[in-house]
Design a binder for this molecule. Structure first.
Ligand code: FE
Ligand code: FE
Ligand code: ZN
Length: 276
């Protein structure tokens, strides 16, 4: 059975996210570890976290995919911004142990005018400060569309980050279908070729989760505008190949499409149908 869900609001707590996921036919979900614009995180209620853990176990959920605030910039040219990213990520990794063995996905960041190489060095340096041997969370680098000075637009940039992380057993990659398409990887006409490239550069074992989004823009546009499944440049046939691909079908799929809950429920049903 496909492991699929969408981004859910944390506003009513952990157990409420589990109940919402069940109500839309999801068996995984994503959530922001704190306000997506950064800032202070709400304290976790241990009873609420325990209720979610029970719900996940009772209903056979797959691995959850938490998302760091998207405004963190681990490779900013401003030391204070990097320090803020480091503090948030270190705190998030402690908090993630409320739901052990989950994924924690983050955007590598934008190098501003420092160049990708300097960005890669700053990102891996930050990871070496926040990863702990005893953590059960796997940290995922997200593939990026390459807008502006984003790091992570190529598999090579992600591999360069991971190669410099000491505790690299705690690292993986989340492939965002909209982002890789916008970055220029042709998952529509050559999914096998893109996955072979991923395997050659990163090792397919690093691929741990999929953000499943259509794209409003053409291949290689470097835009990053998500579209509903089947309504964009990637298209429904490509998504059928993605959710049935032997190297992808057992991963957690997270929808980040422009939808409210009923729209997500419909996309989950659609993709479950395609997965067969
Ligand atoms: Fe993201
Ligand atoms: Fe994404
Ligand atoms: Zn995006």
């Amino acid at each position: 059975m496909l492991t699929i869900g969408c981004h859910l609001s944390t506003s009513k707590g952990f157990a409420a996210m589990g109940k919402t996921a069940l109500s839309i036919g999801a068996n995984t979900f994503a959530f922001f570890t704190r306000n997506p614009r950064g800032g202070a995180a709400k304290a976790i209620d241990p009873a609420d976290a325990a209720a979610l853990r029970d719900l996940l176990a009772d209903n056979g959920f797959g691995t959850l995919v938490a998302h760091a605030p998207y405004t963190l910039n681990p490779c900013s040219d401003k030391p204070r911004a990097r320090e803020f990213a480091r503090e948030c990520m270190a705190d998030d990794l402690v908090r993630m142990e409320a739901v052990p063995h989950s994924y924690y996905n983050f955007h590598p960041g934008s190098h501003v005018k420092q160049g990708a190489e300097a960005g890669i060095e700053l990102i891996s340096g930050l990871l070496n400060e926040v990863l702990a041997p005893e953590q059960t969370t796997t940290v995922l680098l997200e593939t990026m569309a390459g807008k502006g000075t984003e790091v992570g637009r190529t598999f090579e940039e992600l591999a360069a980050i991971i190669s410099r992380v000491e505790l690299s057993d705690h690292m993986g990659v989340c492939l965002d279908t909209c982002h890789v398409h916008d970055a220029g990887y042709d998952i529509v006409n050559d999914l096998d070729g893109v996955l072979e490239e991923f395997d050659r550069v990163l090792g397919i074992g690093r691929l741990r989760a999929i953000h499943i989004n259509d794209s409003k823009n053409p291949l290689g546009s470097h835009k990053d505008r998500h579209e509903r499944i089947g309504e964009g440049a990637i298209g429904i046939d490509a998504f059928e190949r993605i959710v049935t691909h032997p190297q992808l079908r057992d991963l957690p799929f997270i929808l980040e499409t422009p939808n409210e809950l009923p729209g997500y429920a419909a996309e989950i049903e659609l993709l479950r149908g395609l997965a067969g």
